[in-house]
Design a protein around this ligand. Structure first.
Ligand code: SAM
Length: 275
């Protein structure tokens, strides 16, 4: 008998993949965590029924949410990841020797523990000596920070439940205060095909706070619509003039040309950003 997992990406659209087995399934204070072993994508982290990351395609998302801001900044020393409990973003950040402080503010400890146990490819840098893991609500964690970080990466779940406040204007204002004078914020901002309103609103809210705001795209096969957006707010530096000298080692998606081209938007996405 075949076993299939289906994520209902919209009320009218399902994403299905055949699975070998369910490696874990647990209800935490915040969400249901499941790790599935799939034939097509390898191991897959699912939170409240939504695919978060898979071993087969996570490299695209984690390279793009990390290397675009870290190479835009001339010399990032302190980096904060909000969410990101699977460790994929931390793994990419750990490739920058000049980074001295990595903080992971993840609200659900059991996401970190599940990733350490079942997703070693993603959690491989969670023992980096520069890393401090704070099991905390990222909204609360940054509330009183002043110029503490060079980069803030919001690697959150969809804007429901504990992640909802990570898309509020007050969060972006707090992030601006928590960033140093040359600081950069990047947030995953969902699917251009299925979340146009969210992209439009998030872009406008970030633009109301940061002097420079840009949106870039990358293909993620297991996310709704297969195309994903990231919104970048910068206090000073322009993402199309990257100053980082180092190229990330063993990147499988990110290249300097991809960096540049990811900001070239199709007309229907560009239209979302017009005032
Ligand atoms: N790459 C995925 C994506 O783009 O959908 C995100 C993966 S990561 C597992 C998302 C994490 O955000 C989850 O572990 C969840 O617990 C965490 N999270 C949600 N809201 C949060 C909050 N307010 N503070 C800190 N972590 C939060």
């Amino acid at each position: 008998m075949e076993l299939w997992y289906t994520e209902k990406q919209t009320p009218n659209l399902g994403f299905s993949c055949r699975i070998k087995e369910t490696l874990c399934r647990v209800q935490t204070e915040y969400q249901e965590i499941a790790v599935l072993d799939t034939f097509q994508f390898g191991r897959m982290l699912v939170l409240d029924g939504m695919v978060q990351t898979t071993v087969a395609d996570e490299f695209v998302y984690h390279e793009m949410i990390v290397h675009i801001p870290l190479r835009t900044h001339p010399c990032p020393r302190a980096v904060l990841v909000i969410g990101g409990g699977d460790g994929g973003a931390v793994r990419e950040i750990s490739k920058y020797p000049q980074v001295e402080i990595i903080t992971l503010a993840e609200i659900d400890l059991q996401v970190v523990e599940s990733s350490k146990r079942f997703l070693p490819e993603l959690s491989s840098a969670l023992d980096d000596l520069r890393l401090e893991i704070k099991i905390a609500d990222g909204i609360e964690y940054i509330r009183s920070l002043q110029e503490a970080y060079d980069i803030i990466i919001v690697d959150s779940t969809e804007p429901v439940g504990p992640a909802e406040g990570l898309f509020d204007p007050s969060f972006y204002e707090a992030a601006f205060r928590a960033l140093k004078p040359e600081g950069i914020l990047v947030a995953q901002t969902e699917s251009p095909f299925f979340n146009a309103d969210l992209i439009r609103t998030a872009f406008r809210r970030i633009k109301a706070v940061f002097p420079r705001t840009h949106l870039y795209l990358a293909p993620v096969p297991t996310y709704p619509g297969g195309l994903w957006s990231f919104t970048l707010g910068s206090k000073h530096h322009h993402p199309l003039k990257p100053l980082g000298k180092l190229l990330p080692r063993d990147a499988r998606y990110y290249t300097p040309k991809i960096h540049e081209s990811s900001f070239s938007l199709p007309r229907f996405v560009q239209d979302l950003l017009e005032d």
